[in-house]
Design a protein around this ligand. Structure first.
Ligand code: SF4
Length: 372
């Protein structure tokens, strides 16, 4: 095996955690760097941050390469006012269901866990299917699924909506976001410097690698789709380092075992049928054009906002005072640079949203420790 050769490594499944392969990839990255130039690489995925920290990749790679996490945690970017909508519905007596990570997210209106403590019927589910089952088991109650996440969770929701046959007492409070528009926004922020993107492998399964082609084409920004094993992340870094050294900006795919250029056409069609694409707020980031998904008018009977007839207005300043989550989510600082990190803000007592979710950068850093 020639570990420095991406084409060879990519075909060897077992190699992705092999210490010698990892070492050779690190050496290849070092050789692939432009002398004297620091590279700032951004990923936009909690799972990538998890892999980077779990495997200590920041400590392994040359100091010249900095990996920053962008806004890749759907729980973290979910705006307070949308959690406020979920709280309002729960306090009106509906059964509010959502993923476990959402329960503890702090907002000016409290958290869903607070509402549960007050007596609201808030339930943790593992999937939309569980929520639908709950609706069937409780025909006399309204059951709402607070449906958050990026393309990976939006696609199965879209499939069920399009298929139809959902119970009459079931509705969706959607807070889905699309990843590429947020990445485009980052490129327009003057003080956010990025030399290359690692694109999220699982989102790419749905959208296809071609979804990222806009970055090299329109912004001369190198992009490589990467998987989540240590060797896969390093392979992505290597492919980026080589591009940058050669002055190229092209779309690379370091995850071809599951990501094809076109993605999952059935999933994409379901999303196109179920959702309209609208401007949307990202907590800590701002309003991002064409980055939110709302149910199309023909599915309004499934829309909890229609059913419960309300709309909470977005707040501009929606992070708690002193919280640096916006800087973490824009890749401007590492979590350990927030003055509250592991002091006022800990996994047991999260102050900002990035310390709540398993995909939150601050929680991941707290779990695996700072790189040395
Ligand atoms: Fe936000 Fe807490 Fe992270 Fe600071 S340590 S950025 S307050 S989540």
């Amino acid at each position: 095996m020639k570990p420095a050769d991406p084409d060879v490594i990519i075909r060897s499944e077992a190699a992705y955690r092999d210490a010698s392969v990892v070492r050779d990839l690190v050496n290849a990255i070092e050789k692939g760097l432009t002398p004297g130039r620091t590279l700032k690489i951004m990923h936009v995925c909690g799972s990538h941050e998890h892999a980077v920290q779990q495997w200590g990749l920041r400590s392994l790679i040359p100091k010249q390469v900095e990996i920053f996490a962008g806004p890749g945690c759907p729980v973290c970017v979910c705006p307070s006012f949308e959690i406020g909508e979920a709280l309002t519905i729960a306090r009106k007596g509906a059964i509010m269901t959502t993923y476990g990570d959402m329960l503890r997210v702090p907002t000016p209106y409290g958290s869903l866990l607070d509402a549960k403590a007050e007596g609201a019927d808030v339930r943790l589910v593992y999937s939309l299917i569980d929520a639908v089952r709950l609706a069937k088991e409780n025909p006399g109650r309204e059951v709402v699924f607070f449906s958050i996440g990026f393309e990976t969770t939006a696609a199965p929701v879209a499939a069920l909506v399009v298929r139809g046959g959902l119970p009459d007492n079931f509705s969706l409070l959607t807070s889905h976001r699309l990843t590429p528009p947020a990445m485009e926004l980052l490129l327009g922020i003057g003080d956010v410097h990025i030399d290359g993107f690692i694109a999220p492998g699982h989102v790419s399964v749905i959208l296809g690698a071609n979804a990222w082609d806009i970055f090299p084409r329109a912004y001369h920004m190198p992009v490589v789709v990467a998987g989540f094993e240590p060797g896969e992340v390093l392979l992505g870094l290597l492919m980026l380092a080589r591009q940058i050294r050669e002055g190229k900006a092209i779309l690379g795919n370091a995850y071809p075992k599951v990501v094809c250029p076109e993605g999952n056409s059935v999933a994409r069609e379901a999303m196109r049928t179920a959702f309209d694409c609208v401007p949307a707020w990202w907590r800590g980031v701002g309003r991002v054009p064409r980055s939110g998904l709302v149910l199309k008018p023909q599915f309004s009977s499934l829309d909890a906002r229609e059913r419960f007839g309300f709309c909470i207005q977005p707040e501009r300043n929606e992070l708690p005072p002193g919280c640096s989550c916006h800087l973490v989510m824009l890749g401007k600082i590492y979590p350990s640079q927030c003055p509250l990190f592991e002091k006022k803000c800990t996994p047991a007592t999260p102050y900002g949203p990035c310390m709540v979710s398993q995909e939150g950068t601050c929680l991941i850093w707290s779990k695996f420790g700072k790189p040395f």
